[in-house]
Write a new protein. Structure first.
Ligand SMILES: Cc1cc2nc3c(=O)[nH]c(=O)nc-3n(C[C@H](O)[C@H](O)[C@H](O)COP(=O)(O)OP(=O)(O)OC[C@H]3O[C@@H](n4cnc5c(N)ncnc54)[C@H](O)[C@@H]3O)c2cc1C
Length: 354
């Protein structure tokens, strides 16, 4: 196959997976990144992400040995209203994100360099440049850039508060559901790093954040501070291609809408869609078929989430759902591509918080 010059915008998970696969396919690949170095924005990273995943299946799919970056969870707990749940940890992993050498971003960056990928740092894609980049460029700039908006993709807006600190905890995640947000908050730990996030609709306030941080202090004796906040734009529909300024662009990661809308799991989608975006340079049809197969269930959840967000009294509805844990778990499971009943969580024990 003829060598192509391929431009990728965004050196995050999906952009790097695309770049590695395309460079291996013999193409000349340049990745344009907004930040000065690898690891995304300092407003949310370094961070620790938790993800359900079939590591072996994922490695095979993306063609990159990334297992060493993921650690199986030692503990996964939920704090739902005033009740604590301990869950089984089958197929649940934590992974570090950001610029540190122990992060997945850094690992993929090093792999891409070995494959001969070129990097242009401090090279943001801007609304002006969007009109002039070559057809078939891959756009992988994540939900927290405004590119989703600039591309005129229908989107929903989230607000996120993020904080991180050092820790001596192992590989763990605690998810918090309560009346401080209609989404959820969490803390995750790995590699001596603890990161926390509270996400929700645009009107998520400092008061909500304070309530969440107080609960973390009360239940886990962890004092979180140094919060930053970002607004994220997530497409309402998963799509691999978009037409802009008369040209077709390929989308990957958050920009392709490839993340679970209820729980914000985006690591699986970023890795898978990075591979599919690379495939699209060989055959658009095959890539589209593959993309649709992975996102058919996701698209239904995107619609459900949009409806859910517009419901009045949604906090009340959420708290009712949370009371019945089986319903709650099936809600999560539904929105994770590839997961079956056997793979998902079971509750090991529960305890009331007094
Ligand atoms: C703080 C935080 C916590 C999260 N927690 C979890 C979790 O626990 N589990 C989970 O599964 N998912 C989680 N997610 C979601 C997950 O991180 C994303 O879905 C995933 O990283 C998306 O991959 P991506 O390739 O689209 O973007 P990213 O991996 O974020 O990479 C985007 C890259 O594009 C660059 N960029 C941005 N704008 C521009 C521009 N204009 N021009 C050029 N480059 C640009 C950025 O600097 C970055 O390097 C979390 C996200 C955040 C932000």
């Amino acid at each position: 196959m003829a060598t192509k010059e391929i431009q990728i915008y965004g050196a995050g998970l999906s952009g790097l997976v695309s770049a590695i696969n395309l460079a291996r396919g013999g193409h000349n690949v340049t990745v344009h990144e907004k930040e000065k170095k690898i690891g995304g924005t300092l407003k949310c990273h370094p961070s620790v992400h938790m993800t359900p995943m079939h590591i072996q299946k994922m490695q095979r799919y993306v063609g990159i040995e990334l297992e060493s970056c993921f650690s199986k969870l030692d503990t996964f707990r939920g704090c739902i209203s005033r009740k604590k749940f301990v869950f089984s940890t089958k197929n649940l992993y934590v992974v570090e994100r950001g610029s540190r050498e122990s992060s997945l971003d850094y690992f993929l960056y090093k792999t891409a360099l070995k494959e001969g990928v070129n990097f242009e740092f401090s090279h943001p894609l801007t609304p002006e440049k969007l009109r002039s980049i070559p057809e078939n460029s891959i756009i992988a700039t994540a939900g927290y850039s405004q590119i989703v908006k600039d591309l005129h993709l229908p989107y929903v807006t989230f607000k996120q508060f993020d904080a991180h600190m050092k820790t001596d905890l192992g590989n763990s995640t605690i998810a918090f559901f309560g009346d401080y947000t209609s989404d959820y908050g969490y803390i995750s730990t790995k590699n001596g790093l603890l990161s926390s996030q509270l996400s929700g609709p645009l009107n998520l306030s400092q008061e909500n954040l304070k309530k969440f941080a107080n609960l973390v202090k009360e239940t886990e004796d962890i004092e979180l501070d140094g919060w930053s906040s970002i607004i994220a734009y997530f497409p309402k529909k998963a799509r691999l291609f978009t037409k802009f300024a008369g040209k077709i662009y390929v989308l990957a990661g958050d920009v392709a809408g490839f993340l679970d809308p209820f729980f914000g799991f985006g690591v699986n989608g970023a890795l898978i869609s990075g591979k599919i975006a690379a495939m699209s340079m060989m055959s658009k049809q095959i890539a589209l078929r593959e993309f649709k197969q992975f996102t058919s269930r996701l698209n239904k959840d995107l619609v459900a989430h949009t409806i859910y967000w517009h419901l009045p009294l949604k906090k009340l509805i959420l708290s009712q759902i949370m009371k019945v844990h089986d319903n709650h778990l099936s809600l999560i499971k539904r929105s994770i591509p590839g997961f079956t009943d056997e793979d998902w969580l079971t509750i090991v024990s529960t305890e009331n918080i007094h």
